[in-house]
Design a protein. Structure first.
Ligand code: HEC
Ligand code: HEC
Length: 269
């Protein structure tokens, strides 16, 4: 059990090193130092996840279901099961550390969105931690569908192999062999709503989202055309989404090696 946990840590470290090297190469000659100085701790999501859930799942029920006042319940936008729709992301089954980092980033302004900044404004750090653990633990059926009429073969190529002719690494080299994420730092992408995925890629491409560790996603999205972003978003939408990573869940074990989902990814079309 212990050694099973060492592997994802090593893998995360390796991916950060590889990704960082790629970033350094691809950003040579451009001024990307801003993302490094505003984000000094690339493993912050890991550290958030190590904090125990301070309120328990019951402690977040009000925030999720009715909000601090009625209009701002999480479920009013993200759905009862955190399933999301259109540009509102699916949250169910994403890593707790990643989710907590995003909530903190909205609060600090490191990630910008009117709705989410309003929502988290009055929440305590204990509440943010509890909400992250809550959504990470939800098992919710898939509901995403392709939206852009994208080229699914091209999307699959970008996800699984990348395209070195445009300096684009394979998405799954960081996001896990099935797009189910790796550890707490690399979120799952499979089964996400394509309008949301596309919006994020486009925001990184244009510099409107700049909160990924050491600028990793800025350098990836910067290489992609609009059509490529739509194709990969549509491809990812058709995959089985990640399920909660608990000790007993063979489909998505704690070490993130979700080999079973790879099959469905391969047989997607
Ligand atoms: C008014 C609608 C609305 C409400 C209410 C709302 N959200 Fe969101 N949420 C959004 C939208 C839209 C986005 C995507 C924003 C962006 O593009 O950055 C988002 C993004 C997020 C993200 C980032 C997910 C990711 O994959 O990076 C998290 C985490 C999140 N919301 C959690 C919550 C929680 C927890 C609550 C309740 C306390 C909540 N949201 C309430 C609309 C809402
Ligand atoms: C070098 C590693 C790396 C590669 C390659 C990579 N990503 Fe990422 N990606 C990350 C990291 C790290 C994050 C988390 C960002 C954060 O913490 O805010 C991320 C976040 C994302 C998100 C945000 C998810 C959410 O819920 O908001 C999307 C979408 C995404 N990546 C899509 C892609 C796609 C599509 C590709 C391939 C074209 C790709 N990534 C390739 C490292 C990578």
């Amino acid at each position: 059990m212990k050694s099973g946990r060492v592997f994802p840590l090593l893998l995360s470290a390796l991916l950060i090193t590889v990704g960082g090297g790629y970033w350094l190469l691809s950003s040579a000659g451009t001024s990307s130092a801003d993302t490094r100085t505003t984000l000094p701790d690339p493993k912050i999501a890991q550290r958030y996840a190590e904090k125990p859930n301070p309120l328990g799942d019951e402690g977040v029920a009000d925030l999720v279901g009715s909000g601090s006042n009625d209009e701002w319940a999480c479920s009013s936008c993200h759905g009862e099961g955190g399933e999301g729709s259109l540009n509102v992301p699916r949250l169910a089954g994403l890593p707790a550390g990643y989710l907590i980092k995003q909530l903190n980033d909205y609060q600090s302004g490191a990630r910008y969105n009117d709705n989410m900044q309003f929502v988290v404004k009055g929440l305590s750090s204990d509440e943010l931690i509890a909400l992250g653990h809550y959504y990470a633990g939800l098992e919710t059926p898939p509901s995403a569908k392709p939206a852009f009429n994208g080229d699914l073969d091209r999307g699959r190529q970008l996800a699984l192999e990348g395209d070195w002719s445009i300096d684009a690494p394979a998405c799954f080299s960081c996001h896990g062999s099935s797009g189910w994420g790796v550890g707490e730092i690399f979120p799952g992408l499979a089964g996400q709503h394509p309008v949301y995925t596309f919006t994020q890629l486009n925001d990184w491409h244009n510099g409107d989202r700049s909160n990924s560790p050491i600028g990793l996603m800025k350098s990836v999205a910067g290489q992609l055309s609009r059509q490529d972003m739509q194709s990969v978003s549509d491809y990812l939408a058709g995959l089985v989404p990640p399920q909660p990573r608990t000790e007993g869940n063979a489909a998505n074990p704690v070490d993130g090696s979700a080999d079973q989902a790879h099959q469905s990814g391969d047989n997607d079309e």
